[in-house]
Design a protein around this ligand. Structure first.
Ligand SMILES: *Cc1c(COP(=O)(O)O)cnc(C)c1O
Length: 300
């Protein structure tokens, strides 16, 4: 049987900016985006034990769900190809074509499009399209699962330096829960900071808490959604542009751009004690940039 694993390359890089010196904080970025070009960032961490479970149950056909720009769909397509699974992606909305779905198809994923109403009941869709397929293995939208959180907790095992704060963008909250569990397991005192990328992010606390191994306290910064999932304004795109141009590190407006914006804004607001060491997680997802080219007013 094929060993389902990737060698993790995710170094911690210091970032500099006059703002950090002014407020006497040190900022570091954990480069989960470098784990794999397509199965990037938290998506590999979330899939690892899900795929191992599928393999243990002798299922060779992954079935999962996402919007037309879903990083999870794409990561699943590439992971399926790499580790010898078939893959079906059930996509919310009418049949469209874009860069993400092109890459999913290139990796051999079969795509089924479904209306927004039916999309709500993922288990019903699974039964409808794959109910007779003994090989089919259900993976929830965004890879949200306890196995996903388990994979993400391993990020903390890799840390060799102490940090006062850890920042991460949240969609389903699985990655956040995993990191918090990892902090608990390693008995680290770092304060976890979750930045929901969706509107009304208070609901994220419930989503995170359902995957926690031990009830834990953390901060939820709900004011950085920029209008909701996938939404961005000129201020956010200008921030992303400036960050990329100043650091040479790609981020995008859907997840990591909002998280980094939140971090910079909180530094400006003197949210952190002087001397704080802050680790931001680069959770990957840079292919999402291609779907947002038109939001950047770069001229030329
Ligand atoms: C999917 C994704 C997230 C959200 O992870 P959750 O575990 O769903 O909270 C964060 N960042 C990037 C780049 C992602 O693609």
């Amino acid at each position: 049987m094929m060993n389902i694993d990737l060698e993790i390359f995710s170094p911690v890089h210091p970032i500099s900016n006059p703002l950090f010196d002014e407020h006497d904080v040190k900022v570091f970025l954990k480069r989960d985006d470098l784990i794999h070009p397509i199965i990037s960032g938290n998506k590999w961490r979330k899939l690892k034990y899900v795929l191992k479970t599928a393999q243990a149950q002798r299922k060779n056909h992954l079935v999962t769900f996402g919007g037309a720009y879903s990083n999870h769909l794409l990561a699943t397509a590439a992971a399926a190809a790499k580790f010898g699974f078939k893959a079906t992606g059930i996509v919310r909305g009418e049949n469209v074509d874009n860069n993400t779905l092109f890459l999913c198809k290139l990796h051999g994923m079969e795509l089924l499009f479904t209306d927004r109403e039916s999309y709500r009941d993922k288990h019903a869709l699974f039964s409808k399209y794959l109910g007779n397929n003994e090989q089919a293995f259900f993976i929830d939208e965004g890879g949200a699962s306890a196995e996903g959180a388990r994979g993400c907790s391993e990020l903390v095992d890799e840390l060799t330096e102490p940090y006062d704060h850890i920042f991460c963008a949240c969609g389903t909250g699985t990655t956040a829960a995993g990191i918090i569990n990892g902090l608990t397991k390693n008995q680290l005192k770092s304060r976890f900071n979750a930045v929901p990328v969706l509107k009304n992010g208070e609901f994220m606390r419930e989503e995170i808490n359902r995957f926690l191994t031990v009830p834990s306290d953390y901060d939820l910064h709900t004011d950085y959604h920029f209008g909701g999932y996938g939404k961005a304004d000129d201020e956010l795109t200008a921030f992303v542009k400036q960050f990329v141009a100043a650091t040479g590190i790609l981020i995008e407006p859907v997840y990591t751009g909002k998280m980094m914006y939140a971090l910079y804004d909180l530094i400006r607001q003197e949210h952190f004690k002087r001397g704080s060491r802050i680790l931001a997680i680069h959770s990957g997802g840079i292919w999402g940039l291609l779907g947002m080219k038109d939001r950047f007013k770069l001229g030329g």
